[in-house]
Design a protein. Structure first.
Length: 107
């Protein structure tokens, strides 16, 4: 209970200090204006950074899609090359068989 009373006293003291602040003081007013100006500048910078982030994110997504497309094309091309190689092997086997047959007929 004692800590609650101490906190209440501290809050009352802080409120009294706040009530006694003289906002007509030019230094305080100047500081408040500077802080407000800095706040506005930070908001502008934040907005610019968010726009740049969105642009970068869009670029990343586009590049990722292009990369996926290229990888898919490469897989298809590899598959075609494999099929082509298999066909060539088949043709070579058939040619060998035919040559063997020709050799048999010539003997």
């Amino acid at each position: 209970m004692n800590s609650v009373n101490e906190k209440e006293k501290k809050l009352n003291f802080a409120l009294t200090k706040l009530k006694n602040l003289n906002f007509k003081n030019p230094d305080i007013k100047k500081n408040i204006e500077n802080l407000s100006s800095q706040k506005n500048q930070l908001k502008i910078e934040k907005q610019e950074l968010e726009e740049k982030y969105k642009t970068l994110e869009e670029d990343y997504n586009n590049l990722s899609k292009k990369l996926d497309d290229l990888q898919n094309r490469e897989k298809i091309e590899q598959k075609k090359q494999l099929e082509f190689s298999e066909k060539i092997d088949e043709l070579n086997q058939e040619t060998d068989t035919l040559l063997d047959e020709i050799d048999k007929w010539q003997m």
